[in-house]
Design a protein around this ligand. Sequence first.
Ligand SMILES: Cc1cc2nc3c(=O)[nH]c(=O)nc-3n(C[C@H](O)[C@H](O)[C@H](O)COP(=O)(O)OP(=O)(O)OC[C@H]3O[C@@H](n4cnc5c(N)ncnc54)[C@H](O)[C@@H]3O)c2cc1C
Ligand code: FES
Length: 253
Amino acid sequence: MKELTCTVKSNAQIACGIFEMTVTLSDDVKVKCGQFLNISTGNAANLLKRPFGIMRINGRDVTFCYQLKGEGTKTLSLAKPGQVLEVTLPLGNGFSIPESARKIAVVGGGVGVFPLLSVVEGVKDRDYYSYIGFRSEKYACLLEDFKASSKSLTVVTDDGSIGQKTNAVSAFVADYEDISPDLIISCGPPVMLRALKSCLKERGITTPCLVSLEERMGCGIGACLVCVCKKSDGSNARVCKDGPVFNIDEVEL
Ligand SMILES: Cc1cc2nc3c(=O)[nH]c(=O)nc-3n(C[C@H](O)[C@H](O)[C@H](O)COP(=O)(O)OP(=O)(O)OC[C@H]3O[C@@H](n4cnc5c(N)ncnc54)[C@H](O)[C@@H]3O)c2cc1C
Ligand code: FES
């Protein structure tokens, strides 16, 4: 983990309330897919850096996408190329994709779609069956990027404005037998991950499933315990340090 400065290279809106930002780091870092960064917002009044999943790294250029939420993301959306921000990375454990996982189902919803692109683009020579869901067409983004790196891509929306009117979990479960994946990876809102866990349980599906969790964070480096989640064995885990990626059976959702 390094604490660096970075210079904004680009920062553009790609869908309703969703921005893609690329920053150039002041030093080299090695990043694993599914890890995240903590970045300052550009306003000193926002004391805490904000966590975002790293989507892509190319030399010292790091790209992530963010949805406008509150004060911090609003300020970040105003950052102009050339502006210098502070960044800490890489953080968290990331996705460990075993060599034996050749067919991988990717199930993402909302902002959870962004970090999954780091796997699909970053871990080569696998067959990715991607299922990504958005509220509606105006929030949909990165479709071409997923399409380019997936064997198949299914896009769904809550209102049916693109693709089927369903959610990513239901679309994936409907195709499960045909794909018969070696591994499932998922990231999305808690309600989506809970639905995935109960669908797998109900159907007796024992395929390994890795989920990336999102919790409110303070420090992002394991010190403040703001991000603690419950594990299935009753113990606690820090999402920032022990996660954000867990085996779906390992955590209470
Ligand atoms: C590991 C991880 C990866 C994430 N990746 C992405 C991503 O790729 N794209 C994206 O749009 N969002 C992502 N988020 C959520 C994102 O961090 C929050 O939406 C953002 O911090 C909100 O900041 P704000 O100042 O606009 O909102 P406010 O609600 O004003 O934030 C106030 C404080 O609460 C914290 N906070 C608020 N919501 C969250 C949240 N959901 N998770 C963590 N901290 C939160 C903020 O960091 C800040 O310290 C991720 C969160 C985590 C934990
Ligand atoms: S955010 Fe501080 S311990 Fe995880």
